[in-house]
Design a protein. Structure first.
Length: 138
């Protein structure tokens, strides 16, 4: 019986040793995977830091572009205002020119009428004696 107990102890020892070795092997494999994951994790952390810095830079540039866009928008509105003022002035000048042209046409008609009247009068002076017709110089 002692042999049987000894044999059982040897078997139990062998099984326990095998299980321990198997678990140790599994633990080694898990540790290796953990080390790989940590090294990837460090790389990922570095990538995250780099990406956050890039994002901060992109946000800063976006803010700068927004500010430039606001300045450009103000300048565009100023130029549009200047164009509108210029157009209004041009329209005023067109209307004034049209009025002056109308007045000039009226004065020319009056001048032509006055010249015809003077021409007629010059023929009647000195009891019908011939004289050169008078003409207004403009």
């Amino acid at each position: 019986m002692a042999n049987l107990i000894a044999f059982a102890c040897v078997i139990l020892f062998a099984v326990t040793t095998t299980v321990i070795l198997w678990q140790r092997s599994e633990l080694q494999e898990c540790l290796s995977e953990l080390e790989i994951a940590e090294s990837h994790g460090h790389g990922l952390r570095a990538d995250i830091v780099t990406l956050e810095a890039s994002l901060d830079d992109a946000e800063r540039r976006l803010q700068e572009h927004d500010e430039l866009l606001q300045v450009a928008d103000v300048e565009r509105n100023r130029l549009i205002g200047m164009l509108d003022e210029g157009r209004a002035r041009c329209e005023g000048w067109r209307m004034e020119r049209q009025q002056l042209q109308t007045e000039l046409d009226r004065v020319r008609q009056e001048l032509a009428q006055a010249e015809r009247t003077l021409e007629g009068l010059s023929w009647e002076v000195d009891e019908g004696a011939f004289q050169a017709p008078l003409r207004l110089v403009t």
